[in-house]
Design a protein around this ligand. Sequence first.
Ligand code: ZN
Length: 393
Amino acid sequence: MKTRIEHIRLVTPDGIFGNASVLLEGNVIAGVSTDGTVLSADTVVDGENRYLSAGFIDIHLHGGGGHDFMDGTEEAFIGALENHMRHGTTSCVPTTLCCENEELAETFAACRKVRDSEKAARLPEILGMHMEGPYIAPEMAGAQDPDYIRTPENEDWDAICALAGGDLKIWTVAPELPGAIEMCRRLKDKGIIFSAGHSAARYTDVTAAIDAGYTMATHLYSGMSTIIRENGYRVPGLLEGSLLHDEICVEVIADGLHLPISLLQLIYKTKGRDRMVLITDAMRGAGMPDGGYLLGSLKKGQMVQVFDGIAHMPDGISFAGSVATTDRLVRVMVKDAGLPLTDVIKMLTVNPALELGIADRKGKVAPGYDADLVLFDDNINIHGVWRGGLQVV
Ligand SMILES: [Zn+2]
């Protein structure tokens, strides 16, 4: 059974191709036409001259649709994933906050159950889990619960890896903590990506982290050190180290509120289109009306307030995560920051696929690639989502 999506403007990092069509067969892309050649198919979908791109990959999100992945239930995973899928996310890396290992165990177990269920074919693909903590700098905790912050001890991270059973893909660890560099050296060869974040690292800590194998920085600008003065001399922090070094790919919360448009433009100017990954960092309130929501699990979360398009901590001066969805990230970067659509789509497709080591099957609209696709209009409203060849939205 072959399906052709025709009359589309195909968006790729190399350009936008008008009157293109894409052929899906089974769960993969079987053909792409940008020169008017007709790809024969059993069924045809009219794209109505909208944009079609590879599906969006979100590597840092905590929940949505009223659910947090740390609720630790299949219902929570399914609810949050469905919410983000409606906005263009076709694969993702669900993310945890600092917590006890028992809560992690429940979350990893729920993740496995959902991923192995029949329902999984109609949900964004879970590409593994992202652990944001618990090895972070207390002074950079942000909205994280300080009770669960600790330093990396061999027995503890061994135990967490055992709980994860190979599903741990990204680990946000403050590299300046004692034991962090050793931990990175030991675990990066097991396929875990180390991301520097919630960190008070000084510049020398950043270069040591890069030497050890860190390749990412977690939500650039948020929860990280910047320049301080020691005896009059300026000492750069994690922010400057991340901007300077090409080895580091930076996560950017592009909801338009965590960072002003000028900083989004500055990151683009310094890191360029190849070393940025857009993330939602969405919490439970994403895709929901304004109101009070628990940040973290139902059992141990803290109540925060969602209004004006963002979640606020009770102190009223800091943010408690975003309520963004991936379509909004594209809208902000294109409409407000004025960046090329081709580059912005790259930051949500090819770039995260490359970081995760799955760029041979995800992130591109090309024959043989997973048929994960998003159809959207000029205002980046989603009109169709395909996941593994199935139209799910
Ligand atoms: Zn987060």
